[in-house]
Design a protein around this ligand. Structure first.
Ligand SMILES: [Mg+2]
Length: 409
């Protein structure tokens, strides 16, 4: 039976959340920056107004400010994005338990079943997200994940795009090959050299020829282009017991410097650590997963001397793994960090190697939790020293600035 799959993409997610929580900045061009204090920090997200000034994700802050002199730069607040991401998930789960997140702001939903009406459900989700969560989404409706994802990219913001089996040749095939998920810059360059410009060209190319210069992924990409993608939407992870807590991120541009890697590492570990604390767990193992822009990936893991639920410790371990195992043969495209080997601190014994600064840091985290309990859900700002080489050694106190800006929900 034909499947009904939605891909929901929250538009300008980080910037939308910041603008929703701070209406005073809504009428200005806004960018969420990895490090606001540092001119060389990068832009992580921007709103529509900033987009009009050609501010792009991955720009250095100074570049973006040059393009758009009145740009309002705000720091990233990962806890907030996580909270909004959960609110979105709760809405999606009203329609199906087959919800697979792709990063914080995107999800696939499998609605397949008798009487499924993908378009009507997509329109309803689009309206509910705007009124109940306060942000706009674009949704692709299709018969597989790849085309659903492509549909959500075709029209934005606040739109629903349908790509059906009957129409995909007209809709999808004229698009440039790189519009297809997993066709990165390097791959599209190789395709262009052989005059394969569009998704249609890719679909109709000789698979052996594709494999000759792209390897196995050549055949996979061709199947995607031809609408042959049978990958299932994985069920919500919330329903299985938590064995590891992880997060991954695909960058919209190739990452070529340690500075970019540090920023992503911190963003990822911030969210992983926040979730560990929420579950009341600590982790003993940190896993790093890297995919380069040629789609080659590897993962490595390391054991912490002491279990931790602190972004500081997870980030230090992940960065050490990266520096030890990545030789920069090509730029990095995606990165994931997971905390595994989980335990509950209540049953954990103090060890001889106890790190006193970790206790200090934990007391600080506990007081953050206190503040949250007392004031409902105050916004807690984390000022992060991102570009400092001694990041791993930074005193945790310097990393946290408690700054209740606004209270919500
Ligand atoms: Mg998005």
């Amino acid at each position: 039976m034909e499947r009904t799959i939605l891909h929901v993409d929250c538009n300008s997610f980080y910037a939308s959340v910041e603008c929703f929580l701070n209406p005073a900045i809504r009428c200005f061009p806004v960018a969420v920056c990895g490090d606001v204090e540092n001119r060389h920090g990068i832009i992580l997200a921007k709103n529509e107004l900033a987009k009009r000034h050609k501010v792009a994700t991955g720009d250095a802050v100074w570049q973006a400010q040059k393009k758009c002199p009145g740009l309002v730069c705000v720091p990233a607040h990962f806890d907030r994005y996580l909270r909004f991401s959960r609110m979105a998930r709760a809405i999606y789960e009203d329609y199906t338990d087959r919800v697979e997140p792709f990063g914080l702001d995107e999800c696939w939903l499998d609605l397949s079943g008798p009487g499924a009406d993908g378009i009507r459900t997509a329109q309803e989700i689009r309206r509910r997200m705007k009124s109940e969560v306060g942000i706009t989404v674009s949704i692709g409706v299709s018969f597989n994940k790849i085309f659903a994802k492509l549909g959500s990219d075709l029209r934005k913001p606040d739109a629903v795009t349908v790509i059906s089996r009957d129409t995909f040749r007209e809709t999808v095939w004229p698009l440039p090959a790189e519009a297809l998920l997993y066709v990165g810059r390097a791959t599209s360059r190789k395709l262009l050299l052989r005059s394969i410009r569009t998704i249609g060209d890719l679909a109709q190319a000789d698979p052996n020829f594709l494999q000759s210069f792209l390897g196995k992924i050549g055949r996979t990409l061709q199947n995607f282009a031809a609408g042959r993608d049978a990958a299932p939407v994985r069920r919500s992870v919330e329903t299985v017991p938590v064995k590891s807590v992880g997060n991954s991120l695909t960058s919209p541009h190739d990452l070529e410097t340690m500075q970019d890697i540090r920023i992503l590492t911190y963003l990822l570990t911030e969210s992983v650590a926040a979730r560990l604390r929420e579950y009341g767990m600590k982790s003993r193992t940190v896993r790093l997963w890297i995919r380069d822009n040629e789609l080659c990936s590897f993962s490595r893991q390391t054991t912490l001397r002491q279990s931790s639920c602190l972004a500081r410790d997870l980030a230090a371990a992940a960065l050490a793994l990266f520096e030890k195992h990545y030789d920069w043969h090509s730029p990095v495209r995606s990165m994931g960090i997971a905390a595994a080997n989980l335990s509950c601190p209540a049953v954990e014994q103090l060890t001889f190697f106890d790190d006193p600064s970790a206790h200090k840091a934990e007391r600080l985290e506990n007081s953050l939790d206190d503040i949250r309990r007392r004031f409902g859900n105050p916004a807690v700002r984390r000022g992060v020293v991102l570009l400092n080489d001694s990041l791993a050694k930074t005193d945790i106190q310097a990393e946290h600035i408690i700054h209740p800006v606004s209270y919500f929900r």
